[in-house]
Design a binder for this molecule. Sequence first.
Ligand SMILES: [Zn+2]
Length: 178
Amino acid sequence: MKPEAERTAQALRAILEQTLTAAAKFAIFADEAKAEGHAQLAARLQTAARNEFTLAALWMRTLAEGDRPATLERLRAAADSSDGLHALYQTAVDVATREESAPLARKLTLAAAVEKNRARQFRILAKNFADDNLYRKAQERTWICGGCGHLHDGVRAPARCPLCAAPRGEFSLYCENY
Ligand SMILES: [Zn+2]
């Protein structure tokens, strides 16, 4: 990459970070506006959040030079993001503990655990994807179609839902957690 192109990429990476932050902020502000009864403001903030997410996706693809990262790389990058947040939370726990902010330190510890678990889940999903085990298990299982709720028993999720024709990617393992 030419030096000028590298400087452009640096500028784009900074814009991408700010765009993602703005998108998340606007979405949270929209929720707060809605809770305060300002539906019109909430709708505008929500639209702005969606717009920023669209731009973030555009800059992310541009930085990848038109080469969209493959699913496996995205899952690994997601795991790395959660690992990074976990490390930040752990540092913050140490600081809060030293400053004797025990209730905050406790919350930061809980949030660190959430990120650690998220990173673990992303790595399991990445491994399942790499091993072609996302829609195939060693034993017969029940799969549920995310499109229509159709239940399918088998080692593999069906290529297409026999009820709503959704593709295999809509299927996940069916579990009752109630
Ligand atoms: Zn279906």
